[in-house]
Design a protein. Sequence first.
Length: 428
Amino acid sequence: MLFTDRDDAGRRLGTALGPYAAEHPVVLGLPRGGVPVAFHVARALGAPLDVIVVRKLGVPYQPELAFGAIGEGGVRVISDDIVRRGRLDPQAIASVERAEQSELTRRSARYRADRPQEDLRGRTVIVVDDGIATGATAAAACQVVRAQGAARVVMAAPVAPPDALTRVAAVADEVVCLSTPPGFSSVGQWYRDFSQTSDEEVVSLLAQSPRRPAPTEHAEVEVEVEVEVEAAGLRLPGDLTLPPGASAVVVFAHGSGSSRHSPRNRRVAADLNRAGLGTLLFDLLTPAEEADRSNVFDIDTLAARLAAATAWLGTRYLVPQAYFGASTGAAAALAAAASPDSPVFAVVSRGGRPDLAGPLLAGVRAPTLLIVGSEDHRVLALNREAQTRLRCESRLEVVEGATHLFEEPGTLEEVSSLAENWLSTHRP
């Protein structure tokens, strides 16, 4: 297996590690080359990204032989067996430690800037490198992570020789490697582009990655992460929010001329989050596609991507899902819900165009709530006509005084209240 570059390797490794997303892991990249790979793994899993700064402690007369390792937070792992066989005295050990501690402190300060170290206590931690040569550094990193309180340690790399994996497997709970070629001489031979990663790139990638607070025994936290939704061969940017103990996730389908940044959808999403519902807002179209206005009304394409996003989400979080659609996004939500294998338990439409789902309306099984403003006369008429074609449980709610965008005081709050009640009532 040959990788184009570290970005390519990271995307492939992220796909292989997909099942771990349900464990809400922390992803740690080994600087410097492991960080670009880890960046894509973290995105694929919707996980926080951090670095694992570790220094091997080498026997003075044989530096490649490690007698231990040190990590941040004063973590120190020593092999008493190698110390004894190497006849290392305390002075020699202290000398090596001082030198390596100085370099560890320098690198930590350089990479982290003002970012605190991710809390690993009780977490599943995935340590990522761009490749494993001897396994010494990877093994040291796994030992340090374990000493920092990780409950489960997974070592992941795109490529490694079989003997190195055996070494790492002795200290990791699991090892994930895409390729283990027998004719291994160096990591770089398995990349077309293996140019050096700079400190500046490491800092930049960390800055782009959202932080996720670690859960504690005494308090649960809301998880907010940027994700890349895999849909129809595309990676579409999205924002996933999971309140503590979220019992369902509502997938938003925005309408024409809008995006996941729609202030109205984000306002409703925030209200649903406060009610304990998770939300996923993502872009149904790429920027290039949005430039062509006709794509906004391509309901089949939008529905296919929404269904793919639902499947993608379902592999990561085993909770019920529902749709919230606005404008043309409502038609896409209903079209996706009409699929015989659709898992959604409910659909909510805000100022939607359900009529654009056409004959698919008759196939929708999920209970559907249509919310329209009383002053949005044309859309209200279209919703009334569309409701007659629905064969599922449905309700049409008219918000008095509201126009199409629900910009009037109090109207959007009523939308949130209606949606929350509908979703809570029909949640499995």
